[in-house]
Design a protein around this ligand. Structure first.
Ligand code: LMR
Length: 397
């Protein structure tokens, strides 16, 4: 069965993480995989998570199955975080299942789309998270793309994007990054969401919102403005959320898939189909991450502590964006890097070519994804000078 198989290619992001770990050079800098890092380059466990885990150990009294939708306290809390007191919740038009990470949510969404509407195309922004195409193709979906990121200006191709969305046929699905676009850091501005919502309504396409970074751009509510605008406008929608980044729970694999239906009864029916897909793939989600998030979001003191820790992470990333711009300018490079400060979340494209990315890795032990996506959280006051000077050397030669 296996003897004819050729080794697959390394994952462009996770493969880099493995390479970085093996690199023995002191002073190496990881700007690759999308995890938050503190000033010391460490990805910390949040204090509120430590406390929630302590509570869980004391409180948990069974390891019995939880069911396909996961922990109902978690799903209600995560739904409220994304949608607040939105009318779709009051009208029982939302069904949420806990999933193994945001990627689990994307895969279940893909299975649900394929099951409900096998002919539907999924439209991805050009460019999108490197793993998006293969997750959806693995579920048998056909993909198309719409213009999104303009490399020369490091900004949004607003007119081209709107013109393309105005052509999406009814019944197709359009994936939109809710905030902190991965990989470009270029977001849809708040004022543009109503226009996108109107197009979705007019064309009859189903928005699939991917919200992996709520709280990393502006704040929890402002980062969900697109999700809430679309939920108010369209009869049907899908929302994938992740707790990897904003709760720092990467390895616990905790996320959620919410579907919004046009009325309570179709939502219940579609929810049961979603559970059927889950049963076929992994039966039930793991419990630990949900137990942590549920405790944090239902105990006011823990919620406040989490919000403070989230704010601190967001502010550090912003400081690193500003510092990167000023230190790169101080090298005397003619190139304008001010776009880094205008973009949001963990990532920006540095805008260098693959050979330059490779030189940064081989000569200077600085790791970026081959597309030149850099994780700003990998920078610190301690390594920024080295990073800026190394980049200047590479760009001058
Ligand atoms: C990233 O984009 O680096 C993260 O979301 C990690 C991953 O799974 O790719």
């Amino acid at each position: 069965m296996f003897s004819h198989l050729q080794a697959g290619p390394d994952d462009p992001i996770l493969g880099l993480m493995a390479q970085f770990r093996k690199d023995p050079r002191a002073g190496k800098i990881d700007l690759g995989v999308g995890v938050y890092r503190d000033q010391a380059g460490h990805t910390p466990i949040l204090d509120c998570v430590h406390e929630a885990e302590r509570l869980r150990l004391a409180e948990e009294d069974s390891k019995s199955y939880q069911g396909m939708a996961g922990d109902p306290v978690f799903t209600a809390a995560i739904e409220a975080l994304a949608l607040a007191e939105h009318p779709v919740r009051r009208d029982h038009r939302v069904f949420t299942a806990q999933t193994p990470g945001g990627t689990g949510a994307l895969r279940v969404a893909a299975e649900l789309i394929r099951h409900s509407r096998p002919d539907a195309c999924l439209w991805l922004p050009d460019v999108s998270w490197a793993n998006h195409p293969s997750v959806f193709q693995a579920a048998g979906l056909r993909l198309r793309d719409y213009p999104y990121y303009d490399a020369p200006t490091q900004s949004l191709r607003t007119d081209a994007m709107l013109a393309s969305l105005a052509q999406v046929p009814s019944g197709d699905v359009v994936l939109l990054h809710a905030c902190c676009h991965n990989p470009s850091g270029v977001d849809i501005p708040a004022g543009l969401w109503p226009e996108i919502a109107a197009l979705a309504q007019r064309q009859g396409f189903v928005p699939l919102l991917d919200m992996a970074y709520q709280g990393f751009a502006e704040d929890l509510d402002r980062d969900a403005v697109g999700v809430r605008a679309l939920a108010a406008a369209v009869p049907e929608m899908l929302l994938c959320t992740s707790c990897s980044k904003n709760f720092g729970l990467y390895r616990e694999r905790i996320g959620a898939l919410s579907l919004i239906g046009d009325c309570a009864s179709t939502t219940t029916a579609a929810g049961s189909v979603m559970l059927g897909r889950i049963r076929n793939i992994y039966s039930m989600p793991p419990a630990h991450g949900a137990a942590i998030v549920a405790r944090i979001l239902t105990r006011p003191a823990l919620t406040a502590q989490w919000q403070d820790e989230l704010t601190a992470m967001r502010e550090r990333i912003r400081r690193m964006r500003a510092l990167a711009v000023s230190r790169l300018a101080a090298t005397g490079l003619q190139r304008d890097f001010s776009f880094i400060e205008r973009q949001r979340g963990l990532f920006s494209f540095l805008g260098i070519d693959a050979a330059q990315v490779e030189r940064l890795r081989s000569e200077f032990a600085i790791y970026l994804v081959g597309s030149s996506r850099m994780n700003l959280a990998g920078l610190s006051e301690g390594n920024i000078e080295y990073f800026a000077n190394s980049l200047a050397t590479v760009l001058r030669q």
